[in-house]
Write a protein that binds this ligand. Structure first.
Ligand SMILES: *Cc1c(COP(=O)(O)O)cnc(C)c1O
Length: 391
């Protein structure tokens, strides 16, 4: 039995029967519609598979290479990201990042946004030390300057909007320039989810996700994913995952597919609240500056509108009065949770510079807000009161 056929409803991942993305999140990755069949795919707990090693037997073989519980999620993610091939799930977003970065040869060159996720920045710094890889930090808001860094490079890493500065890169222009220069383009699409931005459609070669965030959506699972339409790249990434072993647990894969079912509703709600809060925060006396690409005044607004289907649910503010005032505001929150991470149902707030790995160019008084799905007026009251104590 081919489990991939069993799980993909007969649809190749790249041909989702004309379903809209907010239907795909619900409909993809279901077991066959047979009498008494379960509506949800089962969790398969098996480290090995019958017939392993038998000539002509299936390719499942062993639990580090594949697991039937990954398949429905990997197919659903491929449909959402417009990938022609099933995705690859990993033990974490960083495992997915590390696998994608393994596409840079030893001694090669990677171009990275200077305000990437700090784990990605720490990993390239480690690769620089251990693998002789040259790291070129880019200001991705400046397209010409970023293109100039592609000369002789092997891989262009993009995040847009960046974490936590919310700078918007021109993904289409940069992916095209990378292709013309023979440079692979990888986009970390965690912030946007494929509902709001599909980098493969914008010309990228590979998409990376921390599914820990919006896909899982409930701050109860750590998981990563990589998507590509290129068979050779997928084979290399699959080989890397199988050899390095950062595989997703079956329960985590199942939980992530469960989270995906409500992702469209969650993103719709949290993004609407983020837009409203960003607008109100712009007029708040204790707030120095707001970055949110949905604000018409935001430097990234036009670019984001041209390449995204929505502006997301992350807002970055700087608090008047500096680091101490920002800390005081965080300490005064009663509904928002001061914690790292993002993309869950509950609203989180964090001063990113509390992490030693965060670049100095991120202001010490910057707070990243991950807007959840609570009532927006309750969120506003709590923020407003907490910022009041900072004044
Ligand atoms: C969280 C995050 C990661 C890392 O993902 P984990 O699941 O925590 O390993 C990578 N990129 C971005 C943009 C993130 O927000």
């Amino acid at each position: 039995m081919d489990w991939r056929e069993v799980y993909d409803l007969g649809m190749a991942p790249s041909h989702p029967q004309d379903l809209a993305p907010d239907t795909v999140v619900v409909a993809a990755g279901r077991p066959p519609r047979e009498v008494d069949a379960p509506v949800n795919p089962p969790i398969v707990l098996s480290s090995t598979f019958f017939g392993a090693g038998t000539p002509g037997a299936g390719e499942r073989v062993y639990g580090r290479f594949s697991n039937p519980t990954w398949d429905p999620l990997e197919d659903a993610l491929a449909q959402l990201e417009s990938a022609a091939l099933p995705g690859l799930v990993y033990a974490s977003g960083m495992a997915a990042v590390a696998s994608a970065m393994s596409l840079v040869p030893l001694g090669g060159t990677i171009v990275v946004p200077r305000h990437s996720y700090n784990g990605s920045l720490s990993l390239v710094a480690d690769l620089e030390k251990r693998a002789g890889i040259t790291v070129r930090l880019a200001d991705v808001e400046d397209t010409d300057a970023t293109v100039a860094l592609l000369d002789g490079a092997d891989l262009l890493w993009l995040e847009s909007p960046t974490n936590p500065m919310l700078e918007v890169a021109d993904v289409r222009a940069l992916a095209a320039a990378a292709r013309a220069a023979g440079v692979l383009c990888v986009v970390d699409n965690t912030f946007s989810t494929p509902l709001l931005q599909r980098p493969l459609e914008l010309g990228a070669d590979v998409v990376v996700h921390s599914a820990t965030k919006y896909m899982g959506g409930h701050s109860d699972v750590v998981l990563g994913a990589v998507l590509t339409s290129d068979a050779d790249l997928r084979a290399r990434l699959h080989g890397h995952r199988s050899l390095h072993g950062a595989i997703a647990g079956p329960f985590e894969a199942w939980l992530t597919l469960r989270g995906l079912r409500t992702m469209a509703l969650r993103v719709e709600r949290s993004q609407a609240s983020a837009g409203e809060l960003a607008r109100r925060l712009s007029a708040h006396p204790a707030v120095e500056s707001v970055r949110y690409p949905g604000l018409e005044s935001d430097p990234g607004h036009a670019r984001a509108a041209a390449q995204m289907d929505g502006f997301g649910s992350i807002v970055a503010i700087t608090v008047a009065g500096g680091e101490a005032a920002a800390e005081a505001a965080l300490a005064a929150l009663r509904l928002w949770t001061p914690a790292t991470s993002l993309g869950g149902v509950e609203s989180l707030a964090e001063r990113r510079r509390r992490h030693p790995g965060e670049p100095d160019s991120v202001p010490a008084n910057l707070i990243r807000l991950s807007v959840g799905i609570e009532n927006v007026e309750d969120l506003w009251k709590d923020l407003d009161a907490a910022l009041g104590t900072a004044r």
